[in-house]
Design a protein around this ligand. Structure first.
Ligand code: HEC
Ligand code: HEC
Length: 272
């Protein structure tokens, strides 16, 4: 005969077994995902050591065997390009607001296409898995990635009047009023009055972009140019203009910078 107490005890036993099962399942799940994470970091490390270590260094501090990627003379000064130091966790080419960590997509773009003008090579021949793994690995160099989450990217939606004559004229006025010329020069040649005095966060002199030559580092598309001065290139002295201009004004400025770059004809537009 089953008394009320044995029934209760059975119920308790059942609940206990269920709880035990759930806890062990959770445990196995976290162990498995931790194992998968370890595998990704391990793969990332392998990729890093074969592809990146020579420039970015074994500690990720930018002190690889090739300490200086490029050295050139301009306006009587010697300029150096150094590989990025990942230990501070500051990134230039983001779609996230100034001061924020980049998104994985931002890093993937940099790793996939490389950085023109900086001699960081494209890694498009690596598999997507390898590129994603090496991104996870470089995050291990800075504690910022443990303490912070990347912010949400800004919305980038190009109006179809970008590149039209009226917009170019408005952009030209903004170029003057917003003092882009102080660094980039009136004609966008990177020779403004402040150009020789800018230092980056790592203490090295840095040249403002010369719009009349060569590729932008972030990409040629109007959207990339828009992102560059909306979010700012952290660590370079190139500020964010997200708060000081309206969205419309920033797109007019894209029109004008495309003109400086002689790229207006490449832009799909609908003018009045
Ligand atoms: C030939 C040298 C060289 C190699 C190899 C190289 N890089 Fe770079 N990397 C650079 C330089 C130089 C910069 C800085 C560019 C700048 O600030 O203009 C840079 C910057 C970066 C940045 C910072 C982007 C930002 O938004 O600030 C990331 C991320 C990066 N590299 C990842 C990698 C990874 C991952 C690899 C290997 C798969 C790699 N790099 C291989 C030279 C190199
Ligand atoms: C205090 C100096 C300074 C001012 C002011 C400034 N910039 Fe820059 N800008 C820089 C520097 C320095 C770089 C180069 C960063 C690098 O090469 O890593 C740069 C780079 C750029 C780039 C190239 C991004 C790329 O992908 O390579 C664009 C676009 C740009 N600036 C637009 C503007 C516009 C538009 C304004 C005005 C609203 C402006 N800048 C004001 C210093 C400045």
């Amino acid at each position: 005969m089953e008394g009320p107490t044995t029934g209760k005890r059975k119920g308790f036993l059942k609940a206990f077994c269920l709880l035990f099962l759930i806890i062990s399942l959770i445990f196995i799940q976290t162990e498995l995902s931790r194992g998968a994470e370890d595998d990704i970091i391990e793969l990332g490390k392998k990729v890093y050591n074969s592809r990146c270590v020579i420039c970015h260094g074994p500690k990720g501090d930018g002190k690889g065997l090739i300490g200086i990627i490029h050295r050139f003379e301009k306006r009587g000064m010697v300029w150096n390009i150094y590989p990025r130091d990942f230990t501070v966790g500051v990134f230039k080419f983001r779609t996230t607001p100034t001061g924020c960590l980049p998104t994985d997509d931002d890093l993937l773009r940099v790793v996939t296409y490389g950085i023109p003008r900086s001699y960081m090579p494209s890694q498009a021949d690596l598999s997507l898995k390898e590129r994603k793994a090496v991104i996870e690995y470089i995050k291990t160099f800075s504690i910022r990635w443990e303490e912070e989450e990347p912010c949400d990217p800004i919305t980038i939606k190009k109006p179809d009047w970008v590149g039209c004559p009226e917009s170019v004229a408005k952009g030209k006025k903004l170029w003057k009023d917003m003092k882009c010329w102080e660094c980039h020069g009136w004609e966008g040649k990177g020779d403004g009055p402040k150009a020789d005095k800018i230092k980056d966060d790592w203490g090295d002199p840095i040249l403002p972009f010369d719009f009349t030559t060569g590729a932008t580092k972030m990409g040629f598309a109007p959207e990339n140019i828009y992102a560059a001065y909306t979010t700012g290139l952290d660590g370079t002295g190139m500020p964010s203009y997200e708060d000081s201009m309206t969205e419309e004004q920033r797109w007019h400025l894209v029109s004008y910078t495309l003109k400086l770059m002689k790229r207006l004809k490449d832009v799909k537009k609908r003018c009045k």
